[in-house]
Design a protein around this ligand. Sequence first.
Ligand SMILES: [Zn+2]
Length: 674
Amino acid sequence: MNPLLDFSGLPRFADIRPEHVTPAVDQLLAECRAAVEHAVAETTEADWQHFVAPLDDANEKLGRAWGQVSHLHSVMDTPEMREAYNANLPKITLYFAELGQHEGLFKKFKALKARPDYAALSDARKKIVDNELRDFRLGGAELPDDKKARFLDLQEELAKLSAKFEENLLDATNDYALIIDDKDELAGIPDDVLETARAAAEAAGTSGWKFTLQMPSYLPVMQYADSRELRQILYRAYVTRASEFGKPELDNTPLIAAILKLRREAAQTLGFNSYAEVSLAPKMADKPADVLHFLDELGQRARPYAEKDFAELKDFAYDELGIADLQAWDNAYVSEKLRVARYSFSDQEVKQYFPEPRVLAGLFKLVETLYGLHIRQDSAPVWHPDVKFYTISDHAGQRVGQFYLDLYARASKRGGAWMDDVITRRRKGEAIQTPVAYLNCNFSGPVGGKPALFTHDEVITLFHETGHGLHHLLTRIEELGVSGINGVEWDAVELPSQFMENFCWEWDVLKHMTAHVDNGESLPKELFDKMLAAKNFQSGLQTLRQIEFASFDMHLHDDFDPNGSRTAQDLIDEIRRQVAVIIPPAYNRFPNNFSHIFAGGYAAGYYSYKWAEVLSADAYAMFEENGVLSPEVGHRFWSEILAMGGARPALESFKAFRGRDPSIDALLRHNGMA
Ligand SMILES: [Zn+2]
């Protein structure tokens, strides 16, 4: 039997071969399409049992099988698996696009909601129906035919413009190079960066050193080059990418104007006032004014700290570096010098205190203490010998969920760290299907007979991903569409993950998680204090910068008139005058390279970074107020937030846990701004 078609238990990673992919996908897609046909048929009752449940069953199988394929593609990449993945991806994408646009399904969901027995459905089921109807409406399903055609054209046109925006930025970045022949001009730049620059020049057939606007070349110059002139030249090139100062065919200015106009038209076609309202419809934040109010409040509170940060920077530049007129191209350089002068410690030093067994034991102990659970290593088929597998059970010994832990970097694994779902909790008749998750990281593995050693950042990453994992695994919801991480609002998904990071800054937790790899001693308190101070270095300036971008994004998609005479650049200039402490030079064209909002999925959503930080910090403060290891608060966090999945609005879950609306105080305090 094709192992991808075996849904009786855990994935059969030892048996899956690339040649299994296409037959499995084709068969499951055929079953899904048959389920859709059946669901929309006149003769099919528009109730849960006949309409939604069979669709869920079919889609779950496809999702599970394809999840295993894309997981292997991410963590055990081989030419054969990549080929199988790429050959099938378009079919999967097409199927889900069809589902999202399917008029028959939309009609049937409306019919389901109109039935008298709808009222008797559980809250979770009602939420699923509401989410479906909302997404169909946001996709234009309710528009009359002429408007629908125009709406779909707009979507297509917007997709093209966004792709072009990203291409222009990439081309403009790659189009630039600066060759330096005189080594004296390169003083201060680290040797490895210089070696790379030397090799790049050689590859380009020239002498000297070649610098580009790609991060690994640009950033070290800005941070370390003693030459102000060199920094100024590269800075200007960087902040004017894809603008009127470069090649006209790579200028993003007209694309920005066009994107904003089309987004407004699309929003109005759907009956909204602005694109920001469309963006917020499926999110936790209610309306643009709420987000702007949130950003203003945070900005006002952070401002004095940003002013203090900036004054310190200017003083240090003058006193220690002889720079009397601090400029935009000096900031990174002076900041780096100031940071080293104040908080120098090395990651290497810290790493010796975080051997893997100690860190995992500390992490598991924390989860066990907070939630009254038990975590034990277990066996399951895995995709690589380094992968570990664990089972979580409750105090009665009942299995709650399971997870794979794949910690080390490999050539066959994509970069970064991420959590993904393998199996979602749901009721199947009398039985409960327990959830399973993948936790993937890219840490360095053990060397020379010693355990793997993690930097503090890596420990934070592990806690972060575990937070996502627990969100998926500790759900108590029994309906696929809103169980675990499914159906959770986009601006609320980082709450459980960022929440977990806080414990990595908690001395009482951390000291038990450390043991020097050679002598077993715990992390010295003085070193921890330095780490903590370094964490909050320039947090005022960094907060204001995020607020400047988020506020620009929200205004641009809300009250800015895309058909008026003001430009996006005019708007950011104005916002900077109100918000920023550091005003960049007039030639700075930040909007032209703000791909998060013009090419990524962050339009009228950039605020979510700060939003999630506020929620997670405020949730954590509940623990600080009652004891950070309080099982009572842990139990409440589990039942009101982790357990609820997407079955109720995230704001309601937060309030049920906290007993009030979110407050920004805890985040400010955690960042040293209180
Ligand atoms: Zn995350």
